[in-house]
Structures are given as C-alpha cells and as structure tokens.
Ligand binder design. Structure first.
Ligand SMILES: [Fe+2]
Length: 287
C-alpha cells in the first residue's frame, strides 16, 4: 500500500507516514476476518484507535516542524489536519455505535486511504520547499479549465498516473446514467455546483492503485462501499481545491459534503469536462 513516491524527504515525517499506511493495511486485513469472531472486532477496534492516536501525535509533530522551518502555508495546513481529526472522531464514534459494522469499516477505509494518499502525495510534499507553489488568477474566464486542471492533478496524485496517461476535453454531451455520481453544491454567490460522474472502470482503477487490490479479480461487493466513499472523498478534494482558488480571487466560496445520486438526477449542465485516463473516465458537469 505504501509507495516510495509518497516520500516527503524529511525522515522523521516519512517514518510516521509509512506507519500510518501500515495501520490502514492492518484494517484492510482485519476486514477479511470472520465478522462474527471476537477477533474481528478486537482487531478493527485496536487498529482504529492506533490510527486515531498516531494521527494526532503525527500532526502535532508535523505542525511543529512546519513552525521550525517557517513554512508559509502552515495555518492552512493546520486547517486540513483539524478537519481530518474531526472526521476521524466522527467515524470512530459511528464504528463503535454500529459495533464495527463491515459497511461502516469499508466506508471509513475508502475515505482514510484517499485522504492520506492525497494529503501526503500533495500537501505534505510542499513542506520541505517551505512555500506554497500554486496560484491561479482571473478564474471567471476559465473556470472550466480550472476545474479540469484541478481534477487531473488530484487524479494524478492519487493514482500515480503520468501526464501522457491522462487527458481532458470540454465536451457537449452529458454522461450516461449507469455510473457512480456525486453531486457537490458550492456555497457562493452564483449557487453553482458540480456533478462528478465516475465510470465503474475508473472507480475500480483508483482503488486498485491506492490499495494494491486487483479489482478485476476481486469480488466487487467486498469493496463496493470502499469504492463509493473513495469517490466521494475525491469529489470533495477536487471541489475543495476549486473553492480554494475561488477564495484566492477574493470571492466567498465553500463546499457542501458531496452526496451520491443517479447521474440522470443532476441539474442540466452548463459545461462538461471529460477526463479520460488509461484506467477509465471521469466526467464533471457544472450546473
Ligand atoms: Fe500534513
């Protein structure tokens, strides 16, 4: 599950990151155990508690290191950590409440894996450089390009795909309805939103890339909830990146939690981006 491409280059941080992936892997293995066995609950509960405590400790260390080197984007980075702490607490509560229901465990795994892979592969990579690298101005004229670029970047980070394996185009036709779709509402003056329509192929491909599972051979039902929550988290990450840029342009914008709907329930699109990759397609419609 761990890949050397996730290395940040600061040994103390990299050791902790590897360990975090180790806990996620243990959770994944615990899922294969018999759900009726006490061993299953004990294993899941232990792994989640370790993951929660270890994350808190690691975030504190990482934030101290950022302070030490005078990292420019430390405050915004801390906001990301705080949000994850809240999400972890919410999941831990739900897991205990449901007696570690497999459905919730799978949902949690899809979420945490996507979050970690993206956060470590993107935001944490900027720490040793000491400065934040991206800015994007004058977004009114090219919001569609902005959305496409952000989505391509997120997919590249999460899957490890290279430039020549991923392309985007602005298209007229709307996506078909049999795929996995998340609707996101942007809370801003224009009340626009986005629909993220993942083909089954890309959804499976993303999970295979992150978790080293051969989804072609795997029993899909074993991973369905994991796939859905991973796609939900990807929709959330891309939307948050877009909102971040809109805010840099001095406009108010926040993102609601993505929720799953049928693609044919989406409002009519204004614009549509098709991202085609070697592991399937993601269409993003803007309404
Ligand atoms: Fe971090």
């Amino acid at each position: 599950m761990w890949k050397d491409s996730y290395l940040v280059g600061v040994e103390t941080i990299d050791i902790k990151h590897k360990q975090l992936f180790g806990y996620v892997k243990e959770l994944m293995e615990a899922l294969q155990k018999d759900v009726h066995a006490d061993e299953y609950r004990a294993h899941i509960s232990e792994s989640i508690n370790f993951l929660k405590d270890y994350t808190m400790m690691h975030f504190a260390e990482e934030e101290a290191y950022q302070k030490e080197i005078g990292y420019e984007d430390a405050a915004a980075h801390k906001v990301l950590h705080e949000k994850l702490k809240l999400d972890l607490a919410t999941y831990a509560f739900e897991l205990v409440k449901t007696n570690f229901d497999r459905y919730v465990v799978k949902r949690f795994l899809g979420f945490i894996m996507t979050w970690l892979v993206h956060h470590i592969g993107s935001e944490d990579q900027q720490i040793p450089r000491g400065v934040k690298t991206t800015t994007y101005k004058h977004i009114e004229e090219n919001i569609i390009d902005l959305i496409a670029i952000k989505a391509v970047n997120v997919l590249k980070i999460i899957t490890g795909m290279h430039d020549d394996e991923i392309n985007y185009a602005i298209i007229e036709t709307e996506p078909i309805s049999t795929d996995i779709c998340y609707k996101v509402d942007f809370i801003n003056a224009t009340k626009r939103g986005a629909g993220f329509v993942f083909s089954r192929k890309i959804a499976k491909g993303v999970l295979s890339a992150m978790a080293d599972i051969d989804m072609e051979k795997a029993v899909y039902a074993d991973y369905d909830e994991m796939v859905f929550s991973a796609m939900q988290e990807i929709s959330d990450i891309i939307s948050s990146k877009i909102a971040e840029v809109v805010r840099e342009d001095d406009k108010m914008c926040s993102v609601d939690v993505p929720f799953r709907i049928d693609a044919d329930m989406l409002p009519p699109s204004v614009d549509c981006v098709e991202i085609s990759t070697k592991i399937g397609n993601l269409n993003i419609i803007i309404f």
